[in-house]
Ligand binder design. Structure first.
Ligand SMILES: [Mg+2]
Length: 240
């Protein structure tokens, strides 16, 4: 008698990549305050950083946009980015647990469900430096949920991030992931645009600072006001 063979998938087949600010949490300007003070310490000015919109931008790009207005060129900024980053990280570390922070609805539950789902890799795709991402996530003890990430220190251009994620997944897990199996969750237009650039699946979420209509105008694959309906989000990730 032949027993029915079950084919078991032995590798994760979907990668879910989360943005941090406005998607996982709101730091209520803790990052901006720390970066402003670090820039003033290193460059003597933060340029027009107070007026720069941080949303969806990488930390290196924010630095360039802020400091170029004060007359610093790309090379001058790049030369001091290392020391500025050190000071920024130290300042952020000092304030993260005393500063107000909000965890977005459903995030903790969603991360746990993804962790308990077969064949799903959970990572980060964020403009934060690797170190500042870890500090922010430590506020809610979330670092353990993410096995890899793409950060602002990997590229200043968010559109490059999905391909970098694909390469990391290939190197770390020996999986040649199709972009159609990469789900990018974020709160800004830039998260949608970088997904489209790569051919990944975008889940746009309205917990950030961008108006819902603006997000919908950029035609994300899926949109949620927030991620509190975790069953629906996980179902969509697994079955889309
Ligand atoms: Mg964001």
């Amino acid at each position: 008698m032949h027993s029915k063979k079950t084919v078991k998938r032995i590798c994760p087949i979907k990668a879910v990549l989360f943005d941090i600010d406005g998607t996982i949490m709101n730091c209520h300007r803790a990052g901006k305050i720390a970066l402003l003070k670090a820039a003033e310490e290193v460059f003597g000015t933060a340029g027009n950083m107070e007026n720069v919109n941080f949303q969806g931008k990488t930390d290196p790009f924010i630095l360039y946009e802020s400091l170029s207005s004060a007359g610093f060129n790309k090379t001058e900024i790049a030369e001091k980015t290392g020391i500025l980053k050190e000071k920024y990280i130290a300042r952020l570390n000092n304030i993260i647990f005393s500063h107000k922070a909000t965890l977005m609805p459903g995030i903790k539950e969603l991360l746990l469900m993804l962790e308990n789902s077969d064949n799903i890799l959970t990572g980060l795709l964020t403009g934060n430096f690797r170190e500042s991402a870890a500090i922010k996530l430590s506020r809610f003890n979330l670092n353990r949920h993410f096995s890899f990430g793409v950060f602002g220190c990997d590229t200043a251009n968010r559109n490059d991030m999905p391909l970098i994620a694909k390469k990391i997944i290939d190197k770390k897990y020996s999986i040649d992931l199709d972009f159609g199996d990469m789900i990018i969750i974020g709160d800004t237009v830039y998260d949608i645009l970088c997904s489209k650039h790569a051919g990944a699946v975008s889940i746009s979420v309205g917990t950030g600072w961008t108006h819902k209509e603006v997000l919908l105008n950029h035609k994300p694959d899926f949109y949620f006001d927030d991620l509190s309906n975790t069953d629906a989000v996980v179902d969509l990730i697994i079955n889309n």
